[in-house]
Design a protein around this ligand. Structure first.
Ligand code: DGP
Ligand code: NA
Ligand code: NA
Length: 210
């Protein structure tokens, strides 16, 4: 990697079971196969002490006030920012399964104020692209394991989807919306082509913040 060329911050967002995990894995594999340094990441990152509290909350073994868990999800992103910045500046492209927008979408869906939800995300590294995998929540219940964790209820997921739609409209300059019900390989091909166009463009741009 030549000096001064940074990697891209690429985020996958969408409701539970929308295919983010599969698509982010395929994208990392493709980039690596082309010799492009790429690292997978996942939020919430459940291994830190904050991440372990989040995991207990999601698996319903712990209850926390909506505001408290919101700030913990945000703190979980903040605790990884230095490491992410360093990796990006070293030339790694980060492919991340969920980010700040899940924070806004899931907490707004509970009724918390949109701007209040967004506030703790301000200052985090701004993604170069968000790939929003959009699907009607009714379609998602047919996919594996739906319903095991706290938020995996159709009615709640439809409210989450509405907030993602709003974010997608607000942040249209770097959001790319896809129909999540299309075949995995077709979706991957679309995502791959946008990513390959994006990488040389952002390589010389400074990192920005949300
Ligand atoms: P995942 O491991 O990506 O499937 O995420 C686990 C669950 O946590 C999923 O239902 C989405 C939800 N989630 C992810 N990030 C946040 C966040 O920042 N805030 C809230 N309230 N929920 C989140
Ligand atoms: Na999930
Ligand atoms: Na995730």
């Amino acid at each position: 990697m030549s000096a001064g060329k940074r990697g891209a911050l690429i985020i996958f967002e969408g409701c539970d079971r929308s295919g983010k995990t599969t698509q982010s894995r395929l994208l990392v594999e493709l980039l690596k196969s082309k010799g492009i340094p790429a690292l997978p990441m996942n939020f919430p990152e459940r291994s830190s002490s904050i991440g372990q509290v989040i995991n207990s909350y999601l698996t319903n073994s712990k209850d926390l006030k909506d505001e408290v868990i919101h700030l913990m999800f945000s703190a979980n992103r903040w605790e990884h920012m230095n490491q992410m910045k360093q990796k990006l500046l070293e030339g790694h492209t980060l492919v991340v399964d969920r980010y700040s927008f899940s924070g806004v979408a899931y907490s707004s869906a509970k009724g918390l104020d949109f701007d209040w939800c967004y506030a703790p995300e301000r200052g985090l590294i701004k993604p170069d692209a968000v790939f929003y995998l959009r699907a009607p929540p009714n379609d998602l219940t047919n996919r594996g394991q739906y319903g095991e964790e706290r938020y995996e209820k159709v009615e709640f997921q439809s409210r989450v989807a509405k907030v993602f739609d709003r974010l997608c409209a607000n942040e249209a300059s770097y959001w790319h919306q896809f129909d999540a019900s299309q075949p995995v390989d077709e979706l991957h091909a679309r995502i791959a082509s946008i990513t390959e166009e994006l990488l040389p463009t952002v390589a010389t741009q400074p990192l920005d913040t949300l």
